[in-house]
Design a binder for this molecule. Sequence first.
Ligand SMILES: [Zn+2]
Length: 299
Amino acid sequence: MSPSPLAFLLQSAARALGGTRLLIDEPVSGITRLRLSSRTTRFNGMETAAYLVGPVLVDTGFVHAAAPLLSFLADRNLSAIVLTHHHEDHAGSCGPLAARNRCPVFLRNPDRRFDEGLADLKPYRRLWWGEPEPYAPDPMPARIEADSTTLLPVPIPGHSATHTALLDEATNAVFTGDLYITGGATAVMSHENPFESIASLRRIADLEPRVMLTGHALLVESPAASLRRKADAIESAANRVLSLHASGARVGEIVRRVFPHGRANDLFLEWITSGEFSRSCFVRACLGWAPTPEQRAAM
Ligand SMILES: [Zn+2]
């Protein structure tokens, strides 16, 4: 299918801005971190990371940064590609990489990968990251073994229905995709389920990993306390949302009371993302996904 004129324009604009960069390091012995950015994403203070663990690649960055990643991996034989989730900033280049290596791409809930704005990417997502190359995912197995590498997938829904953490058995490092981008309760995307995110954060904290490596290249040593603090902050904010709503407050008022600071920045984010990412989305998500006490206990 040929892209729409707007998609073509934004794709061309991102290419013209260029400045694609790949930074390589080994933050944990045996794990290569591939940090990908472009002039557009650096302007926004963002980068994404792919990780090489033996012959397994965890995530593949975004399609605008495909060239340096494919070039770096040109002489390596990948046994498998594992995606922490199917968002365009992490799944961008798995199509050409899987084709070249004739290897599987593992993804949790592959049938749900177009449920979260990927079927028709908003303009800001096309400009920053671009539309992922097509690929045919296989369901996530119970464990991924290749040579001496063993990765244990752990479901972490909330940010995405396809979201999975991967625990590296050899190093006790955990790859968490977008489970933890910053601390505290923050703006979310409109499809997210904050209650599932709370449970997912605690699930990974309970594993007591030695180090957390995130989809946006953050490294946190002994991350359990940070993960629990974030879960507590989201839970506290969500409970406040439900209590204010029960007392008759509307969404706008709830946003102002639960998030008293940084309103101008949030409104800018809401505008530039066409309403897809904001604190209002967090409030609506809390109201829409509020679980019964029984459901919450079962999470
Ligand atoms: Zn994501």
